[in-house]
Design a protein around this ligand. Structure first.
Ligand code: ADP
Ligand code: MG
Length: 695
C-alpha cells in the first residue's frame, strides 16, 4: 500500500539531475523509484570530517590530511614514480604516484598546500600514501576547503556511476523522507524504537561526524541493525510466499499402506531405525495430501537415507506414478542405480538410467520410456533436469545430496510434472548438516525432517592427524590393514585445480603406492575416467577385488562400501570441514572399527590446524557444520549455488544470527495480520530475488 507522497512510487527521474542516461544506469541496478535508491546501502565509510596531523599517521589508517609541499620529484628505481613530500608542523608524508604525467611534477610547486585522502602505508622514509585523492589548497587560505560534516559513505561499486554521483543523489533524496507518507515504517514501532526507518536511513547515508565509524564498517551500528532486521523479515516473507505458492501446487494425493513397501521391507537385511520410521511417517503424511510435498531430510553421513528414499518411492510407484531419483555425481548416481535395482527388480520394477553421458539411441530409448510412462523409476544426474526430459506422470522427485542443487534447479523440476496439471512431490536429502540459522534462511521454504542417529552397531571412526613425513609408517599400517581382509581409500585432494591436474596427482600417487605395496591390488578413479571405466573400478572395489582405491574427491558423496575401513586423505587442510566430513563418511559404514588419517603437508596455518582438530574431535556433522560456518562463513558452507539464493544487502547470516529468530516471528505475524505491509517489505527488499517467486 503506497500513499500519494510515497517514495516507492516516485520515479528517480524526479530528482534533480537524473536524466534519461543516469536513469538508465540506475535501472540496470534495478533502481527505479526513490525508495529503491535509498535502499542502495553503503558498504563502508570513510572519515573526511577531520584532518589528521602528519605526525599521527600510522600504517593502515585511511585518513584525510593536509600539508605543505616540500619537494616533488621523479624517483627512478625498480619502479618509476612521482614522489611528493608533504610536511606540517608535526611530521611528514610522502605521496607516491606510479601513473603520472611528466607535467604533473610541476603542479605541486614547493610551498603549495595540499589536502589528501588515502590509506597510509609504511614507506622507506616514513608514512606514504599511494595514489591518494588530492586537492590543491590556495596557499594563503589554508582553511578554504571545508571539512565534511558527515562520514563519507562508500557504495557498492557500480559500473559507470561514481561515488560522488551517488552521494549527490542521496543528498537530494534524503530530505524527501520528511514528506508525509514518504516511506511506510513496516516494523512495529515498539521494535523500531529510537530508530525510525527515516532516521536509520539518514544515519546510514549521512552519518553525523561523531558516529561510531568502526561500528558502521562492521555493520553493527543500531541504525544498520534496524535495517538488517527489516531485511531479514523481508527475506523470511519472501520464503513464506514461496512456501505458500508451492503449497498450493496441486499434486497427486497418494495413500500409504501399499504392498510394495511391505515387500521391500521384508527383503531388507535390517530393521529400520526409529528415526527412519519417523521420517517415513512424516513423508507419508505429506504424500497423502493433494498438494506438493517439499521436504528436506537432513541426515548425517551414513544415517541411512537411501533406504528412506526407496521406501518413500514405493507408495508413489504403487499408485501408478513415476519416480525420479537424482544425484549430483555420476558415481553416486550409479551407486543408487545399483542399490535401487537390487531392491526393485525383484519386485518387478525396472530402473531406468539417464546421465549426460548417455547419448544416442540409449538416450532416446529412456526419454521415450519416460514420456510414455513405461519407465516407472529412473535414476540419474542433473541431466534429468533438462528440458528434453519429459515424464508422463511424475509423482515424486528425490534429490540426493541437495547441497549441490540450487533453488533454480528445484524449480525447474517443479515444472516437470506440469503437463499432467499436477506437480511432483519433492523429497530432498542432504548429508551436509546445515546449521540451523542457515537452514532457516536457505531452506526456509522447505519442511524439514531430521534423520538423527546412525543405524545400530556402528563404530566411531578414529581420526588421526599425521604429517606427511610419516608416510612410511602409514604404508606399513596399510599393509597390515589389508592383510586383515579390509579395504582402503586413499584420497588425493587438490583445490582450485582442474579435473585433469587432480587426475594426474591421483595417478602419481597410485604409482608411488603401487611401488611401495606391490603385493596389493590397486584401483584408481578420478573425474577424467569415462563413466563405464569408473563404474567398473567401483564395482571391483565393492566386490572386494581391489584393496586400495586411490581416488579424487569424486568419491566424496554417497559411496557405500562397508568393508572399506581405512581412509587416507592427503592435503586435508585444503578442503572445507563439511567436505572432509563427507569424505570421511565413506568409512565407518559397517560393523568393523574404522580409521581416517588426515595426512597434512607442513606447514599448516593456525586456522588449518584448528580445522583439522575439529574433525579429529567430532564426528557429529551438525557440530562440524557449525564450526565450518564460524571458520569459513556461509558462502563456503552452503556452496556457491545457495549463496546466490541467500544474498543480502546488509545482513550477514553469521554476524546477525541473533536476529533470525525474531525476524522469522515477525514475518509470520506480519503475513497474517498485515499482509499489505508484508507485500510492501517484499517489494522494498527483494526486487530481484522475487523473480523466482513467479517462476
Ligand atoms: P546415507 O545416509 O549417507 O546416504 P546410506 O543410505 O548409504 O547412508 O546408508 C549407509 C549404510 O547403512 C548402508 O550400507 C545401508 O544399507 C545401511 N543401513 C541403512 N539403514 C540401516 C538400518 N536401519 N540398519 C542397519 N543398516 C542400515
Ligand atoms: Mg547417501
Amino acid at each position: 500500500m503506497t500513499g500519494a507522497g510515497s517514495l516507492a512510487d516516485t520515479p528517480v527521474t524526479r530528482l534533480r539531475g537524473v536524466g534519461p542516461a543516469l536513469a538508465g544506469q540506475l535501472a540496470r541496478l534495478d533502481i527505479h523509484s526513490i525508495q529503491d535508491l535509498l535502499f542502495l546501502l553503503p558498504r563502508q565509510y570513510e572519515d573526511r570530517t577531520r584532518l589528521t596531523p602528519l605526525g599521527a599517521l600510522m600504517p593502515g589508517m585511511t585518513v584525510m590530511a593536509e600539508g605543505e609541499v616540500r619537494l616533488a620529484d621523479i624517483a627512478t628505481g625498480r619502479r618509476r614514480a612521482l614522489l611528493v613530500r608533504l610536511r606540517d608542523g608535526t611530521g611528514s608524508l610522502t605521496l607516491r604516484f606510479y601513473h603520472f604525467r611528466m607535467s604533473q611534477k610541476d603542479s605541486y610547486p614547493p610551498g603549495t598546500r595540499l589536502r589528501v585522502f588515502g590509506e597510509v602505508r609504511a614507506g622507506a622514509t616514513g608514512p606514504e600514501m599511494i595514489h591518494p585523492e588530492c586537492t590543491l589548497l590556495a596557499a594563503a587560505t589554508p582553511d578554504a576547503l571545508p571539512q565534511d560534516d558527515t562520514l563519507t559513505p562508500v557504495y557498492p561499486l557500480v559500473d559507470g556511476l561514481s561515488q560522488r554521483r551517488l552521494r549527490e543523489l542521496m543528498t537530494r533524496a534524503l530530505p524527501l523522507l520528511k514528506q508525509p507518507g514518504a516511506l511506510i515504517d513496516h516494523l512495529p514501532p515498539a521494535l523500531a524504537g529510537r530508530w525510525s526507518l527515516s532516521r536509520a536511513l539518514h544515519t546510514v547515508h549521512a552519518p553525523p561526524a561523531d558516529t561510531d565509524r568502526q561500528a558502521l564498517n562492521d555493520g553493527e551500528h543500531p541504525a544498520q541493525q534496524r535495517l538488517i532486521l527489516e531485511e531479514l523479515v523481508a527475506y523470511q516473507l519472501g520464503l513464506l510466499l514461496r512456501r505458500q505458492v508451492q503449497r498450493q501446487l496441486p499434486a497427486p494425493a497418494i495413500s500409504g499402506n501399499d504392498l510394495l513397501s511391505g515387500s521391500l521391507l521384508a527383503r531388507l537385511p535390517f530393521q529400520l531405525t526409529a528415526a527412519q520410521q519417523r521420517v517415513l511417517t512424516e513423508i507419508a503424511a505429506d504424500l497423502a495430501r493433494p498438494q506438493a510435498m517439499l521436504r528436506l531430510v537432513q541426515g548425517d553421513v551414513g544415517a541411512g537415507k537411501t533406504v528412506v528414499a526407496a521406501l518413500a518411492a514405493c507408495p508413489v510407484l504403487a499408485a501408478g506414478y513415476q519416480v525420479a531419483v537424482m544425484a549430483p555425481t555420476e558415481i553416486l548416481a550409479e551407486q543408487h542405480r545399483e542399490r535401487f535395482r537390487e531392491w526393485f527388480q525383484p519386485l518387478g520394477i525396472e530402473v531406468g538410467w539417464l546421465t549426460g553421458k548417455r547419448t544416442g539411441k540409449a538416450r532416446q530409448q529412456i526419454l521415450d520410456a519416460l514420456v510414455d510412462g513405461s519407465c516407472p523409476l529412473v535414476v540419474g544426474t542433473h541431466a534429468l533436469f533438462q528440458d528434453s526430459v519429459q515424464f508422463r506422470k511424475l509423482g515424486l522427485a528425490i534429490i540426493d545430496e541437495q547441497h549441490r542443487f540450487g533453488v533454480a534447479q528445484r524449480l525447474a523440476l517443479t515444472r516437470k510434472g506440469a503437463d499432467s496439471g499436477l506437480q511432483p512431490h519433492q523429497l530432498i536429502m542432504t548429508a551436509t548438516p546445515i546449521p540451523r540459522t542457515l537452514a532457516m534462511s536457505a531452506y526456509g521454504d522447505l519442511d524439514t525432517s531430521i534423520l538423527d542417529g546412525l543405524p545400530p552397531g556402528r563404530q566411531p571412526i578414529q581420526t588421526v592427524v599425521l604429517p606427511s613425513t610419516r608416510r612410511d609408517d602409514l604404508i606399513a599400517r596399510i599393509r597390515h590393514h589389508v592383510a586383515s581382509g579390509q579395504q582402503v581409500y586413499w584420497v588425493c585432494t587438490l583445490i582450485d585445480s582442474s579435473d585433469q591436474i587432480e587426475a594426474q596427482a591421483a595417478q602419481d600417487t597410485a604409482e608411488t603406492l603401487a611401488a611401495a605395496l606391490p603385493e596389493l591390488r590397486l584401483g584408481l578413479v578420478h573425474g577424467q575416467l569415462g563413466g563405464a571405466d569408473k563404474a567398473a573400478v567401483m564395482t571391483e572395489f565393492a566386490a572386494g577385488r581391489i584393496d586400495i582405491l586411490v581416488a579424487t574427491t569424486v568419491i566424496e558423496v554417497g559411496v557405500d562400501v562397508p568393508n572399506a575401513t581405512l581412509m587416507v586423505i592427503e592435503n586435508p587442510e585444503r578442503l572445507g570441514l563439511s567436505q572432509l566430513h563427507q569424505l570421511r563418511g565413506r568409512v565407518g559404514r559397517g560393523k568393523l572399527a574404522s580409521y581416517c588419517v588426515l595426512l597434512y603437508q607442513h606447514p599448516v596455518s593456525a586456522l588449518g590446524r584448528e580445522r583439522l582438530q575439529v574433525l579429529r574431535d567430532s564426528q557429529d556433522g551438525f557440530v562440524i557444520a557449525e564450526k565450518d560456518l564460524q571458520l569459513r562463513g556461509p558462502g563456503e558452507v552452503l556452496g556457491t549455488r545457495q549463496t546466490g539464493d541467500v544474498s543480502f544487502k546488509l545482513a550477514d547470516l553469521l554476524r546477525d544470527q541473533h536476529l533470525l529468530e525474531q525476524a522469522r516471528t515477525l514475518a509470520d505475524r506480519l503475513q497474517q495480520v498485515q499482509p499489505e505491509a508484508a507485500d510492501g517489505l517484499r517489494a522494498r527488499w527483494l526486487k530481484q530475488r522475487d523473480q523466482y517467486l513467479r517462476a
